[in-house]
Design a binder for this molecule. Structure first.
Ligand code: PMP
Length: 462
């Protein structure tokens, strides 16, 4: 046996995918190619990519314009080191992102993954206060149900016990507050009579820790991997931003999943007219055609850094490489020309309608939620009591396996997260999906829910 990169002729060569358990089944099917919302296995099986992979393949698979842009840039130059050169694609992409981002978010720092983007945001926030003589402002507040990435800094900010547990001793002990999770409210209250106690919880945490110790609050606009498209009431983010401003704490919007049109606006914060201090973005930025992500930083922060150290104290070898920048530019160009964000908004409404119809039919669907084409369903044992299944029943796993068998890929919102005891799946197809394709997706969901319900009844679990 050999690890990937250490291939030998003596045994099995392990590639990355063999080193983690497949989401579904015992072994991985081998992918052959993708076209639009569809993926095709080597065995000829056709799948609807109902979650755009990990909510990434925003413009669908096999888009010719992207391949052509790749070839054009590869012919010129693929890599230069960011301390030696800048490049036209990197400059143009930064310009375009700054124009798309709200308010004074104009400085774009390129990285290669969402985890690096949130970790960069963390570092920028800390550096911002250091430059102003406040080195003790180093705590980052997050929410108990959250996912901000897999590296040690980003994982320290994540309320995701499954991914944290082995590395707990190495993680920073950052404080976390209640998520705005109305369906299973952490305070057992209901909206609007709750008066947004979850937002108050942020203020209470700040007061108890002391704002002089806190650099930033980080939040996913719509909670993805750890919650299944949990979408707060409209007044939540304006309140949160006002609280952060009141206590001189930066607000980081982790738009790695929600950004680049996923929720029907370029950035999800645009729904609430909230301008964060830093946006972390990734996934849809390259739509999966190359690894690329970014931290977009406000002029206010950059002014302080420019008057101090002058540069953001971070960076990676591949940051801002011209090849990836050209690919992202081609993706953004494609999105503009094909009104992809508008389509996400329109088809998101249609998808939610379809999911609500399924909810009427299937008691096992407790909640339908989401924004644009980032939707989620939460599965419960008893809808009236909102009683979740227990974790060891592995309902999410069973359901995504049934869907996969039936040719539909959906994304698990991992149960077992603090404050989130339920089972949920994310349905987030490419933003280019048509109504007819949504009908097809909903048809497979319906037959998969029927199968799940039948199985659970048979096993006496319903
Ligand atoms: N933040 C959010 C909101 C995410 O959904 C993810 C990925 N699921 C990340 C950060 C980490 O991104 P990556 O996997 O590209 O490191």
């Amino acid at each position: 046996m050999a690890l990937s990169g250490f291939a030998s002729c003596k045994g099995v060569v392990w590639v990355n995918t063999h080193l983690i358990k497949p989401l579904v089944g015992e072994s991985y099917p081998v992918v052959d190619y993708g076209r639009g919302i569809y993926l095709f296995g080597k065995d000829g099986k056709k799948y609807i990519d109902g979650s755009s992979g990990a909510v990434t393949a925003n413009i669908g698979h096999g888009v010719k314009e992207i391949y052509e842009a790749m070839c054009r840039q590869a012919e010129k130059v693929s890599f230069v080191y960011r301390s030696h050169f800048t490049s036209e694609p990197a400059e143009e992409l930064a310009e375009k992102l700054a124009q798309s981002a709200p308010g004074d978010l104009n400085a774009v720092f390129f990285v290669n993954s969402g985890s690096e983007a949130t970790e960069t945001a963390l570092k920028v926030a800390i550096q911002y206060f250091q430059e102003q003589g406040q080195p003790e402002k180093i705590q980052i507040l997050s929410r108990r149900t959250s996912y901000h990435g897999i590296t040690l800094g980003s994982l320290s900010m994540s309320g995701h016990p499954l991914r944290r547990q082995r590395f707990e001793p190495l993680l920073e002990d950052f404080p976390a507050v209640a998520p705005p999770y109305c369906y299973q409210c952490p305070f057992k209250l209901s909206y609007p009579s709750c008066k947004m106690k979850c937002a108050d919880d942020l203020e209470e945490a700040i007061l108890s820790i002391g704002s002089e110790n806190i650099a930033a609050f980080i939040a996913e606009p719509v909670i993805g991997a750890s919650g299944g498209a949990i979408t707060p009431p409209d007044e939540y983010y304006p309140r949160v931003k006002a609280i952060c401003e009141k206590y001189n704490i930066l607000f980081i919007a982790d738009e790695v999943m929600t950004g680049m049109g996923r929720t029907g606006k370029m950035f999800a914060m645009d729904h609430w007219d909230v301008v964060p201090d830093i946006i972390a973005t990734g996934k849809g930025m390259s739509a999966g055609y190359t690894p690329m992500a970014a931290a977009i930083v406000s002029d206010r922060i950059m002014k302080v850094i420019e008057n101090g150290t002058k540069v953001i104290m971070s960076g990676h070898t591949f940051s801002a490489n011209p090849f990836s920048a050209a690919v992202c530019l081609a993706v953004m160009d494609y999105m503009d020309k094909n009104n992809v964000v508008q389509n996400a908004q329109k088809q998101g409404i249609y998808l939610i309608e379809k999911l609500k119809k399924l909810q009427e039919e299937f008691e096992v669907i407790g909640d339908v939620r989401g924004k644009g084409l980032l939707c989620g369903i939460e599965l419960v044992r008893d809808r009236t009591a909102r009683e979740p299944f227990s974790l060891n029943e592995k309902i999410t796993e069973t359901f995504i396996s049934i869907c996969f068998e039936n040719g539909l890929i959906v994304y698990p919102a991992v149960a077992g997260v603090t404050g989130f005891s339920g089972d949920a799946v994310i349905i987030a197809p490419p933003l280019t999906i048509t109504s007819e394709e949504i009908d097809e997706l909903a048809g497979i969901l319906s037959s998969s829910l029927k199968q799940l319900t039948g199985k659970l009844e048979q096993e006496g679990k319903l």
